[in-house]
Design a protein around this ligand. Structure first.
Ligand code: HEM
Length: 343
């Protein structure tokens, strides 16, 4: 029997404001952090209700190291530590037990929720990265280009970003985040034509440069993932610019959701190691990845009742002695207690 699950607000629309919080859970506070997960949606409702038109949402992600400390069930199929890349360009792996991706029409709502989450987790988890992202002009990033144009639309958003009924955790997702800083002086020293060649789209009108004319090291060339039969593999992005004039920091917070995180990982390999090897992404000559982390985004039902995450994944049901709804601990106990079968 398939369990019907409701997803978190993964496929929500791009909003004018977002806050990204990455946290590490203090040693010994695993149960407290697990309990706190169940409180998140109540906080989102309480803050969101104060201005319904501003569409406050929050997506919560769980990192591999925290999963191993807090849950007894096996990790979800694609949850593993972020794979760092060290080639012509460097994509570091940085810590992250929990991720909150807060979105709304107004920054004050994002800020209020971030503050409430901070209170909820005080003494339990430390915020190690906090980025306030804003919509910049007509959805442009700090490099001056429109960002997000080729995202999937309509029903394709869910198909790309959410796992299906055949998954060990239906209606869930996987998200990779990276905080990038840009060398804006270097970028601005390029001509507009050189910048357009680096991205693979025109700057003002945001039109894709035709295939035959697109540079092989352009960002778009390296991120269009097609099988030999022409099937395209996509992800759902919600990048946000951020910055500090005083510090001279100008960046892009990359966030990519996928049902199949191997697609995002392939894009990263193309960008950082090159495809073919050595043909790395031209935007990386002006962009440095400062962080990198991968999180599992459980369904809303699982987030609201984290004990569900300790149930044996649907894919294991049917294996000897495993029934639907059992916890991993139940199964381990039953197996240990069962008389040994024939060798
Ligand atoms: C497209 C910027 C990082 C995947 C684009 C576009 C821009 C852009 C301007 C073209 C407009 C659009 O379709 O959205 C950036 C910047 C980044 C960044 C400034 C960080 C410095 C990444 C990363 C990935 C990625 C890390 C994947 C792991 C994609 C994909 C497309 C895209 C899949 C659409 C390609 C297509 O189908 O045309 N990005 N991006 N981007 N980017 Fe990025």
């Amino acid at each position: 029997m398939t369990v019907q699950r409701i997803p978190q607000a993964v496929i929500g629309p791009v909003t004018p404001a977002a806050i990204f919080l990455t946290l590490v859970v203090e040693p010994g506070r695993e149960q407290a952090a697990r309990d706190a997960l169940a409180e998140v949606s109540g906080l989102v409702r309480a803050v969101g209700m104060r201005s319904l038109d501003d569409g406050l949402t929050c997506v919560t992600g769980i990192g591999a190291a925290f999963w191993d400390r807090a849950f007894t069930a096996p990790r979800p199929e694609h949850l593993h530590p972020f794979q760092p890349l060290d080639g012509p360009r460097r994509a570091p792996a940085t810590p992250g037990d929990l991720l909150f991706h807060i979105r709304a029409g107004r920054m004050d709502m994002c800020f209020e929720l971030a503050q409430r989450l901070g209170e909820l987790l005080r003494g339990t988890a430390r915020i190690i990265d906090e980025v306030h992202g804003f919509r910049y002009w007509d959805a442009r990033n700090m490099l001056g280009f429109v960002d997000g144009t080729e995202n999937p639309t309509g029903p394709a958003r869910a198909e790309v970003a959410l796992t299906g009924d055949d998954s060990d955790h239906p209606a869930s997702s996987y998200v990779i985040v990276q905080r990038y800083t840009h060398d804006l002086d270097g970028w601005r020293a390029l001509t507009v034509e050189q910048q357009e060649a680096a991205i693979g789209r025109t700057k003002l009108s945001d039109i894709e440069i035709p295939d035959g004319q697109k540079a092989p090291n352009s960002h778009v060339s390296l991120n269009v993932i097609e099988d030999a039969d022409g099937t395209e593999h996509e992800i759902l992005r919600d990048n946000m610019p951020f910055g500090s004039v005083a510090d001279g920091t100008f960046g892009t917070y990359f966030i990519g959701y996928a049902a199949d995180v191997t697609t995002t990982e392939r894009m990263l390999r193309n960008m950082f190691l090159g495809d073919p090897a050595g043909t790395t992404d031209r935007i990386l000559d002006f962009s440095t990845a400062q962080t990198g982390a991968l999180f599992f985004v459980p369904s809303q039902d699982e987030l609201d009742d984290p004990d569900l995450l300790d149930q044996v994944p649907a894919s294991a049901v049917g294996q000897t002695g495993v029934a639907a709804g059992e916890t991993a601990a139940d199964v381990a106990w039953k197996r240990a207690a069962a008389p040994a079968g024939p060798a």
